[in-house]
Design a protein around this ligand. Sequence first.
Ligand code: B12
Ligand code: SF4
Length: 609
Amino acid sequence: MAKIDLVLLHAPSVYDFRERSIMFGPVSDMVPSTPVFEMYPLGFTTIAEYMERHGLRVRIVNLAVLMLNKRRFDVEAAIRGMDPVAFGVDLHWLPHAHGSIEVARLIKKHHPDTPVVFGGLSSSYFHEELAAYDCVDYVMRGDSTELPMTRLLFALKGRGSVDDIPNLTYKTADGSIVVNELAWVPDDMNDVSLDYSYSMRSVIRDRDVMSSVPFKDWLQYPVCASLTCRGCTHGCATCGGSAYSFRTHYGRTKVAFRDPELLVRDIANVQRYIPGPVFVLNDFLQAGRDYVAEFIRGVGKLEMRNPIAFEFFKPPKLDFYEFLNEHLRDYSVEISVESHDDAVRTAFGKQHYTMAEVEESIANALSHGCSRFDLYYMSGLPRQTAASVRETVAYAKGLYQRLGNDRRLLQFISPMAPFLDPGSMAFDHPERYGYTLRARTLEEHRRLLLQPSWKYIMNYESASMPPDEMAEATYDAALGLNRVKAEIGVVDVCTAARTEVRIGRAREAMRKIDDIMTGAPRWREERLIAVKAEIDRLNESTVCEKTELNWPAHLSPRTVFNVAGLWVRENLRSLRRPKPRSAPPIGPKAKRVRVVSPEAASGCGRAEA
Ligand code: B12
Ligand code: SF4
C-alpha cells in the first residue's frame, strides 16, 4: 500500500483528560461534542479531499474520539505506529491549546524527523508563538489552506521549495521563524469540497470507521454540515470569526461563498449516503437574493428525506419563510440572539436586529412549515449583569405564552466559555467591552486549561459580572429555563427532572472545588482526584440533555443500498493500480514578510516539557 503523505490528527482539548480531575461544566452543552471538544474542523475533510484530488494520500485520525471511546486507548502506541511524510494537527479552536501541543510532543518523541504542521484559526492567530515550540515545524495560516498545504506536501516530498509557499510560517535549522505572506485568501469556496461521499470512500478504503467519525455519538446521530461560506459579514464583539477578525488577522476582506449549485450537490451527497440531518452553517442569506433563490430551489428539487436545518445571523422576514414553505417539505431554524435584552445585544454588536423582529420571525416561521425553531442565549456578554442573565427565564416564558406555547420553539442558555475568542474585537481591546483578560498568549491559555473548573479556566473577567456571579446566574437561568420547558411540555418530565438534578450536583461540585482551592497547593491535587469520578459523570452535559439539540434521523433502505454500492465500487477501485493526478496546484508565489527569533516569538517563554 502507498505511503500516507499526511496524517491529520485531532487532539482532545486537554490531552490527559482521562487522568485529570477537571470540571469542564456546560462549555460544550450547545454543540454535539463532549467537553473534550472531540469534533475536528470541517477543514480536515476539505484538505483531505483536495490533496487526494492532487494525487496525495491523506488519513484523518480523531484521537479525541478514540480516547473517549476506549479508556485504555494507547495514543502513544498509535502515533508510534504511523509513518507519514508529515503530520497535521489542528489548533482551530483555542480550547485545544493543551491537547494539540501535547500530541505534537508525542509525534516528535517518536518521529523526530517528521515535520509537524499546525493549522486553524487559533494557530493562525498565535502562529509565531506556536512555531517557537520545539514540537512545531510549520504553521499554515488562514481559512483556506487546501492549496498551500498541498504545495507544502509536494515540497516536503522534494518537489518545490517552502520559501514561496503562501500563508506559511516555519522554523529554519537555526531556530529562526520565517513568516511568508498571507497571500492565499480565495474569493470563493468553489475549488474545495465538503464532500461526504469522499469521507465514506476513505472509511471503506482504510477499513476504519471509528478513527474518522466527527464526534463521539456521531454513529447514533449522524448530523452532517454544509458550509455556505468562509468569513462573516457581521461584527459581534466576542466572536473570533467576525468580519473584523477575518480582516485583521486572517487576511479576508470579503466573504467567500460556495456557489449555490455546489452547495446543493454537497447536500445531495449527504442524502445519498448518510441518514442524518443536514445543518447548513454560516447563514446563506448573507449572499443576497439571487443566491438564496437558486439555493432553495435546488434543495427543493432534491426532495429531501433528511431533515434540514438553517443557521441565520439575523431573523428572516415573512416573504422568505413563504418561499421556504413553497419549496421545502420540512425545515428547522436556529438563531443565536445571545440576550433577550436589546441593550446587551447592542453592546455585543447585534444591534442589526431587535428582539421584536425575532419574535415576528419565529411566528412567521412556525406558521410557514418550520418544524423546529431553536433560540440560543449566552451569559458573559459585554455589559451583561447577573440580573439580566436571570431575567432570560421570564422572557423565555413570556415568549412561549405569546406564541401560544408552541412546542416547536426550543430555547437554550449557556455560558461564553471557556474562552473569549482570540482575534475578536473584545480580545484585542478588552477594556472597550468591560473585560479584563486572564490570558493573552497561547502558553497562558494552555496552562489555564489545566485549572480545576470552568470558572477558573475562563480567560476573561467581566466588570459587570465577575466569574462567580456568572456561574451562579448561568446555572439559575438554566434551571429556570428547564422548568419552563417542562411546564410547556417541550421537554418531558423525566428529562427535565434529570437536568434539574444534574444542575444541582454541578453547583455542589463547583463549591467543593472552590473549597479545595482554598487549601494548601500540595493537597489540592490529591483532593481533586478523590472527586474525579463524580466530576466525570457531571461533565457529560449540564444545562440540558444532548438529545434536546437533535433533529430526527432515520435510516432508509435507499441509503443502505447506496452505501453498499459505494463499498463495492471502492473495493474494486483499490484492486486497480492507482493513477493519481500528481501535479502540485498553482497559486501565488509568496514573499517572505519577516524573520523572528524564537525568543521574540514565544509568549511567556517556551512551554515546560
Ligand atoms: C461552523 C462553526 C462551528 C461548527 C463546527 C463545524 C466543524 N466541525 O468545523 C460547530 C457549531 C459544531 C462549532 C462548534 C464550536 N465552535 Co465554532 N464556529 C463555526 C463558524 C460559525 C464557522 C467556521 C467556519 O467557517 N469554518 C471554515 C474554516 C475557517 O475552517 P475550516 O474549513 O474548518 O478549516 C480551515 C482552516 O481553519 C484551516 N485548518 C483548520 N484545521 C486545520 C489543521 C491543519 C493541520 C491545517 C494545516 C489547517 C487547518 O484549514 C482549513 C481548510 O482550509 C465560526 C465563526 C466564523 N465565522 O468563522 C465559529 C468558530 C470557529 N467557533 C468557535 C468556537 C469557540 C466553537 C466552540 C469551542 C464553541 C463551544 N464552546 O462549544 C465549539 C467547538 C466544537 C468542537 N471542536 O468540538 C470560535 C473559535 C474561536 C477560537 N479561535 O477558538 C469561532 C471563530 C466563532 C465562535 N465563537 O463561534 N463551530
Ligand atoms: S457570532 Fe456569528 S454572526 Fe456574529 S460575527 Fe460571529 S459568526 Fe458572524
